[in-house]
Design a protein around this ligand. Sequence first.
Ligand SMILES: *Cc1c(COP(=O)(O)O)cnc(C)c1O
Length: 377
Amino acid sequence: MRQIRMVDLKDQYERIKPEIDQAIREVIDSTAFINGPAVKNFQSNLEKYLGIKHVIPCANGTDALQVSMMALGLKPGDEVITTSFTFIATAEVIALLGLIPVVVDVEPDTFNIDIQAIKKAITPGTKAIVPVHLFGQCADMEAILDISREHNLFVIEDNCQAIGSEYIFSDGSRAKAGTIGDVGCVSFFPSKNLGAFGDGGAIFTNDDKLANQLRIMVNHGMARRYYHDYIGVNSRLDSIQAAILNVKLKYLDDYASRRVEVADHYDRMFSDNPRLKIPFRSPNSTHVFHQYTLVVQECDRDALQSFLNEKEIPAMIYYPVPLHMQKAYQDPRYNKGDFPVTEYLSRSVLSLPMHTELDGDQLDYITSSLLEFVNHS
Ligand SMILES: *Cc1c(COP(=O)(O)O)cnc(C)c1O
């Protein structure tokens, strides 16, 4: 059996090596390493794929979030509501900009931001909501849009984990994750569903004026060379990464289908086990399974993880420490016990290997090993 990896970038590359190598070669030959044609090309293909007017490429997902907040004019002291159960970058940029992160709990089934909790957290100082489409499934965007209209708030979608997934509105219409709020932010970190061979990111918006401003801001606030209209940042997607992403974008939907097949297989093996809660699939969203995350109940989750690791099956805990309990984010407003769902999840979740290259032997070995522990401990 081939070695099992949490994310298998090597075998994925091998399948499309000639195309990728050729794309990289072309950029090298052109020497247009920054803002070259490959970047424009990827940008317009991604705009088509998403059905959005503007994609603004940038250096990574964290910058995408930061620059979005800057361009929307958020000012120190403004309150920004986000979830307690996410990767740190979401809150990090809020804190770095001097904004006030207002943390709310998540829903126990989807792990996404709790709508009732958002409503309770709104004050006259609230300026924006940052929902995170965690693990590949959209937060309840229709409800979030309703709240944002009522209170005149910006919605910034942290779509770093859900590119390609679709939100399904109550009237049956669909929109791609990241294209629903005022802006959407994505990461092309190698292990994400659309991963580069290094760092990368992008911002999505349908707003022409905002798009223009974002494009200027990621390039030192420079509209014309050496004329600076805004205080910006240096955050560009380099041409080699864009060329690679342009090739991989063609396969993104196939990659998602493969991930769903793996998730279906895991579901079949685990669904009637009382100690395992399989991922909930929301009727409001398709799922692209950035992660396949079980909730382990009445069974020692950490011992299960060690058991799997000893059998050379990687399994990870996303995320072991809720935001409000992180050392750097200690805040007198929040205490242990304030976000019971997040705290429960951080003690109980376990993510299994999930990628496009898992084969039947590997899946059988993973599921039988996991059940061996769960049924006999
Ligand atoms: C990966 C990720 C980010 C940050 O993306 P980078 O490209 O690594 O900066 C932000 N938010 C979430 C939810 C992520 O998963």
